[in-house]
Design a protein around this ligand. Sequence first.
Ligand SMILES: Nc1nc2c(c(=O)[nH]1)N[C@H]1C(S)=C(S)[C@@H](COP(=O)(O)O)O[C@H]1N2
Ligand SMILES: [Mo]
Length: 313
Amino acid sequence: MRPRLTLPRSIALPHRRGFLTAAAGLLGVSALGGCDRFAASATGQRALKTGEDANLFVQRLLLTPASLAKEFPDSEISPWFKPNGTIDPPDRAYKTLAAKSFEGFKLRVDGLVERPQELSLAELRALPARTQTTRHDCVEGWSAIGKWTGVPLAEVLQRAGLKPNARYVVFHCADTMEYTASEETEEAEEKTANPGMEQRPEGAENQASDSKAAGNEAPADEGEAAQGTPVRYYESIDLTDAYHPQTILAYDLNGKALPVANGAPLRLRVERQLGYKQAKYIMRIELTEGLTGIGDGNGGYWEDRGYEWYAGI
Ligand SMILES: Nc1nc2c(c(=O)[nH]1)N[C@H]1C(S)=C(S)[C@@H](COP(=O)(O)O)O[C@H]1N2
Ligand SMILES: [Mo]
């Protein structure tokens, strides 16, 4: 069966202006801007009606079922879903949660939201769920088909309520990928490497998101302080992908609780993009206006290392 598109009105509305602009662009008309006088005239009334139809047309065009990722029958599910990247986060906080089957887990939803959330797994499981059998494609050249069950990200965002300037959804993960030298060490190194270099601009540190408050810079394990600051996996998507019906926070794989190797307790499925966008071990979801100040500012751990931010398949 074809999955149905259900974008609640409250969700579709904030994008209306954007779609109007897109529609206007396609039709070669300049909508928006000095509209009031125009709208009052009879011609204006007709044009606006046409504009509305065009707007609907563009919406349908952009949000047609064809833009859904292919879904597969259960018979095509891979016998083994190859785990990749981090398969067992070394972080102490994560290990503590995992030891108790994630009983104490709370997904934080904050940033540019009206009502910050802290959702337990039980609460997430009580929300409307979606199941989809899709193919995961990793840039390393392998694919696997899995059946994912989870809560549509749209449901969670609706609960939190987006502030008008929210543009991106950032996923902060539990797993430390590497360590950067501590700031003092870094500065000392910079000075040695390039003695004439300018000082960092005043307030540069303040551009960072409040990841410190989120405990994102808490040491991964004992003796880590000596290793420097942990760099954890993160990812981001825009609101178009966030509200896509196949974008879910998955807690089950093939009808069973998500294994640790595949991202327990919660991982993203954003089905029209490549493997590295599918953030595992999600601890916190942050709504932001931009991507600067998070990690190295490119929207994801791998993006900071040269990968594309939009990894369309
Ligand atoms: N937190 C986190 N998410 C991650 C990764 C990772 O290392 N850490 N690796 C990514 C990559 S490259 C791939 S291909 C998929 C692998 O998901 P899987 O382990 O379920 O196969 O997770 C992605 N999400
Ligand atoms: Mo990957």
